[in-house]
Design a protein around this ligand. Structure first.
Ligand SMILES: CC(C)(COP(=O)(O)OP(=O)(O)OC[C@H]1O[C@@H](n2cnc3c(N)ncnc32)[C@H](O)[C@@H]1OP(=O)(O)O)[C@@H](O)C(=O)NCCC(=O)NCCS
Length: 207
């Protein structure tokens, strides 16, 4: 029986678990700091906290960190990797990941996402539902490309940046580390480290 431990029992963790099920993982359990108050995450049990996970590592065929927070996800994945945990990446069977691209340890690619030729995605990254990462993109570790975001060819995204839902990035743009790109933003110029980028938001003009 293939057993997967997921650290991080929130909404993102549930999508990770669902993806794991369609990939054939037979037993899935969560670990989270909200344990023991929190004993279930949807249909899956929450069985302990991080300390318990470390104590039980040998029981699992795979381990993955599923926090939405990019920095925590990356740091915990690196820590577990140093402890020789069997970190896995999950690629939904209804996504497309070019055989000529690379995907780092502990990363997930959800349903409907596309990673095209010679794109590189680092460790502990999320290519979320329906997002596209086109040819020659370089996506750092701990990055989250949110649902429906579109990165044209040759875009670079630095570590732990968060590219918001439905945003789009012009070809060849370089986005720094620890950047937030707001929902629906259109990025046409390079972005330095650590900033938040917004486009004009929709506003109500009559009642
Ligand atoms: C950019 C973002 C992080 C800002 O969040 P926040 O700091 O909580 O900001 P607030 O919601 O308080 O909004 C502050 C102002 O920015 C505006 N704003 C917020 N998000 C915006 C966006 N995406 N585009 C344009 N304007 C935006 C708000 O309208 C508000 O304007 P006001 O001061 O004139 O009323 C957030 O709105 C966002 O877009 N997050 C991406 C979410 C996402 O992709 N989730 C996917 C999870 S899988």
């Amino acid at each position: 029986m293939k057993k997967l431990a997921i650290y991080g029992a929130g909404g993102h963790g549930r999508v990770v678990a669902d993806t794991a099920i369609v990939l054939g993982w037979q037993e899935i359990v969560f670990y989270d700091e909200s344990w023991p108050q929190h004993q279930k995450n949807s249909i899956w049990p929450v069985v302990g906290n991080y300390e318990n996970l470390l104590a039980n590592l040998v029981e699992y065929d795979g381990v993955i960190v599923a926090f939405g927070n990019c920095l925590i996800r990356l740091e915990k994945t690196r820590e577990l990797n140093r402890l020789c945990a069997p970190i896995v990446s999950l690629v939904h069977p209804r996504s497309f990941v070019s055989p000529n691209s690379t995907l780092g340890q502990g990363s997930v690619v959800f349903a409907g996402a596309v990673i095209n030729i010679e794109a590189n995605v680092g460790d502990a990254s999320i290519i979320n539902t329906g997002a596209t990462v086109d040819h020659d993109c370089i996506i750092g570790s701990g990055v989250h490309i949110c649902p429906g975001a579109n990165l044209s060819g040759g875009v670079e995204v630095g570590e732990t940046s968060w590219i918001g839902v439905g945003s789009c990035v012009r070809h060849g743009i370089k986005i720094g580390a620890n950047v937030i790109v707001g929902a629906g933003a259109v990025i046409v110029k390079d972005v330095p480290n650590g900033v938040t980028m917004l486009s004009v938001a929709a506003s109500q003009i009559n009642s």
